[in-house]
Ligand binder design. Sequence first.
Ligand code: S3P
Length: 177
Amino acid sequence: MKKHLIIIGFMGTGKSTIGKMISQSLRLEYLDTDEIIQRDRNCSIPEIFEKYGELTFRNLETGVMEQTVQNTHPSIITTGGGIVLRSENRVAMSKYGWVFALHAHPKEIIRRLQEDTSRPLLQGGSLEERVLHLYEERKRLYQFADYHIDTDNQTEQQVANQIKDIWFNLIKSGDAK
Ligand code: S3P
């Protein structure tokens, strides 16, 4: 059942960058839930939040997750940081993929997202407070992942290599094809 390589993690941990790098070198299709939502709705994530609210976004996100895990060939799937909020998403990811959680210290996340304007949940008020609040609320929700990668003191290439090494071992042992 498990066949995809799925990357989860808090905003700013590098999920899409790493996912794209891995998909290029492993030559596996790359799917990003946020990209699919935006393409399907022809609307940016901030616009979806603004016009329809977070609940609508979460429903779209769950729908896209359900579809992407049904992809017949193994794919690299990257997700929005809040995909872990719903237990049904966590169950689907664990069932259909090897789940890699990218971690970063909240201070590092704040540093990386300093100039960001594309994430509705971080707009308005203090970025520090928003990140720390969400981080505390969510950190336990990333724990179900099969593998945990600390990105703080690693380059993107090193993180990608670490994930690829684990993936190759899974293939060798016959767990992933
Ligand atoms: C969200 C993270 C975003 C995007 C949306 C909501 C979240 O994705 O899905 O803004 O709830 O953490 P990234 O993790 O790629 O920033």
